[in-house]
Write a protein that binds this ligand. Structure first.
Ligand code: FE
Length: 214
């Protein structure tokens, strides 16, 4: 990893609209070969990638969020030093990217982007979704965050401030979403089930459980 912390580190593989990296090409070639030889079903590969994007990866982040919702002391540690507080739960990255957790409140909504490429808190969210890496999201999230949120089906009230956080290779942001109403008696594990990837990137809120909905 680069020792220069002031600039975006472009040593990682996914650079959006730029030329695919050597690693990406090798992966693609391997995938084509496995499919051609009948060793891998492309639909199965898609299912695996989808699982890491939406299910397996984000479960780590969901556990962090649920702990913060139920343990005020943990939440204070998470806001003060997210890297250590996330490691406390057992998620330790080999390159220890510095983590910052930004908290949504009734008056502040946070949104995470990487404007230059696709830096993503993979330790807690897994693989980034395709839209996160798209040039449309990367540019519009900064210029028109409310428009982006509308596209995701999230319309914020007028008085709510939107803060956009630009991730880098050395600094990854995770949104601590608001705990939904109607979850007061819920256990940490059940709460974690409610927390979605999108809510931790900041393009959605965490919905109340169906039983508790009015
Ligand atoms: Fe990046």
């Amino acid at each position: 990893m680069s020792s220069d912390t002031n600039h975006h580190d472009h040593t990682h593989d996914d650079h959006g609209q730029e030329t695919p990296s050597a690693t990406a090409l090798r992966v693609k070639a391997l995938e084509s070969l496995l499919v051609e030889k009948g060793l891998v079903d492309p639909a199965a590969l898609d299912a695996i990638v989808d699982a890491y994007e939406t299910k397996i990866g984000p479960r780590n982040g969901a556990r962090v969020v649920a702990r913060a919702w139920t343990d005020p002391a943990y939440k204070a540690r998470l806001i003060a030093d997210a890297t250590s507080a996330i490691e406390e739960i057992g998620f330790v990255g080999s390159d220890r990217p510095h983590m910052i957790v930004v908290e949504n409140t009734p008056s502040v909504h946070n949104l995470v982007v990487c404007t230059l490429c696709s830096c993503y808190p993979w330790l807690v969210l897994g693989l980034p979704p395709v839209w996160y890496k798209s040039s449309a999201y990367r540019s519009r999230a900064v210029i028109d965050p409310r428009g982006v949120l509308n596209d995701f089906g999230l319309t914020l009230e007028e008085g709510v401030a939107v803060r956009v956080w630009d991730s880098t290779a050395e600094l990854r942001y995770l949104v601590l979403p608001e705990r939904p109403a109607g979850t007061e008696g819920m256990h940490e594990d059940a709460l974690a089930e409610l927390v979605t990837r999108d809510s931790m990137v900041g393009v959605a809120k965490v919905a109340a459980p169906k039983e508790a909905a009015p």
